[in-house]
Design a protein around this ligand. Structure first.
Ligand SMILES: NC(=O)C1=CN([C@@H]2O[C@H](COP(=O)(O)OP(=O)(O)OC[C@H]3O[C@@H](n4cnc5c(N)ncnc54)[C@H](OP(=O)(O)O)[C@@H]3O)[C@@H](O)[C@H]2O)C=CC1
Ligand SMILES: Nc1nc(=O)c2c([nH]1)NC[C@@H]1CN(c3ccc(C(=O)N[C@@H](CCC(=O)O)C(=O)O)cc3)C=[N+]21
Length: 292
């Protein structure tokens, strides 16, 4: 078993991003600028947004965080997004999900200008992605592609099984792995909560990507010998053992699955760190006007 080390790869790629950010500053007199919007006080969201902001600083980007209470109305939020859309000093906007129930994630996603949609969630970017046109790729699937690329893992011709079909991870991941690109060119199977016998499919997977949000869902008996296992799950449990007061678990039973896998991502230290790299790369591409 070999580890797909998100810490190692993300640090390496962030160094490259920092070099490019410095070049942009030199040429244009301004830094790439990410605006993040965080609503409410969800523990996970607070941690992830804080990490995004901290990493912007690390690579020499500007960042702005707007925080709102859960009582903000949908109309107020949409108005704020419009303002940021118009601001020439902003290259990327992200609204951290999940949102309070009274705010439609679809409306918010569609309000963000596709040209600043560094999360890659806007239908225009998703459509362009599917057509293989230049687009912002959703940060988590993008980070996973970067990881596969960095380790030189051949994906062409392999059977990739994706468990989970969310708009932000499973669904775009399945499209990317099936595209005629490298990484890509897989035969893809998508499993979800209505799939009766997931084991039947997962056992045949050369590449198994799991994004459902259930601790230790994938057990050793579900994985083929030599499979590449990518664990997207971020399940937080309260813990007295750690300084932070919580512990993170993936969707894969790492201890028992790792000995069977050829490559596997740990949680933490795997896909989560790569998601941030995906976001930084999209923000850089936006500042360089590489997509639009
Ligand atoms: N590492 C990272 O950077 C990121 C990690 N995450 C983490 O990844 C996990 C998934 O996130 P996300 O995609 O947003 O989750 P969602 O809750 O939006 O989607 C979960 C998906 O898993 C499917 N599912 C749920 N339970 C089962 C089951 N028992 N068997 C089969 N399929 C099931 C659902 O099926 P159905 O569609 O039928 O309901 C759905 O498609 C979470 O732990 C999240 O925290 C998320 C984003 C980034
Ligand atoms: N609009 C939007 N865009 C997102 O990209 C988005 C979102 N909403 N909502 C939630 C998910 C989740 N997500 C993560 C980001 C970083 C880590 C990360 O840094 N993880 C570290 C550890 C973090 C910790 O210690 O808690 C790791 O895996 O090692 C994880 C998960 C982005 N998401």
């Amino acid at each position: 078993m070999q580890l797909l080390d998100g810490k190692f790869v993300s640090e390496k790629l962030k160094q490259q991003i920092a070099v490019e950010a410095a070049e942009i500053l030199e040429k244009t007199g301004r830094k790439p600028h990410l605006v993040a919007i965080l609503i409410g006080h969800d523990g996970g969201s607070e941690t992830y947004v804080a990490s995004k902001i901290k990493n912007c600083e690390k690579v020499g980007f500007n960042s702005t965080l707007y925080r709102y209470e859960s009582s903000i109305t949908e109309e107020e939020l949409l108005k704020k997004i419009d303002e940021i859309n118009q601001d020439p000093e902003t290259d990327g906007i992200l609204v951290q999900l999940p949102l309070p129930k009274h705010i439609s994630a679809d409306k918010v996603t569609e309000k963000i200008s596709p040209e600043k949609d560094v999360d890659g969630f806007h239908p225009v970017n998703l459509g362009r992605m599917q057509r293989n046109l230049p687009s912002f790729l959703p940060a988590t699937p993008y980070g996973i592609l970067l990881m596969l690329q960095e380790y030189g893992i051949e994906t062409s011709g392999k059977h990739c099984v994706v468990i989970g079909r969310s708009n932000i991870v499973g669904s775009p991941m399945s499209i990317l792995m099936a595209r005629n690109t490298n990484p890509g060119n897989c035969t893809v199977t998508i499993c979800h909560s209505k799939t009766p016998d997931i084991k039947k499919f997962s056992l045949d997977a050369d590449i198994l990507i799991v994004a459902i949000g259930k601790k230790n869902f994938v057990t050793a008996d579900m994985v083929k010998d030599g499979a590449i296992v990518i664990d997207v799950g971020m399940n937080r449990e309260i813990s007295t053992e750690t300084k932070s007061g919580y512990k993170l678990y993936g969707d894969v039973d790492f201890v028992n699955v790792a000995p069977k896998a050829s490559w596997i991502t740990p949680v933490p230290g795997g896909v989560g760190l790569m998601t941030i790299v995906g976001l930084l790369k999209n923000t850089l591409a936006s500042a360089k006007k590489e997509i639009y």
